[in-house]
Design a protein around this ligand. Structure first.
Ligand SMILES: [Zn+2]
Length: 100
């Protein structure tokens, strides 16, 4: 029984890989009807691997505020004299020359 389940799983492995693909229905039908021929199963497997993902790739980078928040959390300081943002590793303010 367990062996049969494993065999069914292996048989539908291409469909399982393609479950999130746009061409899932076509791959599944191909897998279902031609999977019993070994070459049909191989083709379905490659098809599933090569098919384009349905979910669009998340484009763009992280928002700018994410970077700003990250750098601020790394110990950026403000000058007590003029209020300018000082370099995190600097000892003196670039604006007025005060020590920080
Ligand atoms: Zn200053």
């Amino acid at each position: 029984m367990l062996l049969m389940l494993a065999a069914v799983f292996v048989y539908f492995l291409p469909s399982f890989i393609a479950r999130h693909r746009q061409s899932f229905a076509a791959i599944f039908l191909f897998n279902f009807f031609l999977g019993w021929t070994f070459i049909g199963w191989i083709i379905a497997l490659f098809w599933a691997r090569l098919a384009e993902p349905r979910v669009p790739v998340i484009v763009g980078s992280m928002p700018a505020y994410a970077y700003a928040g990250h750098s601020n959390s790394r110990g950026a300081k403000f000058c007590s004299g003029c209020g300018r943002l000082a370099q995190p590793d600097g000892r003196f303010c670039a604006g007025c020359g005060r020590s920080i």
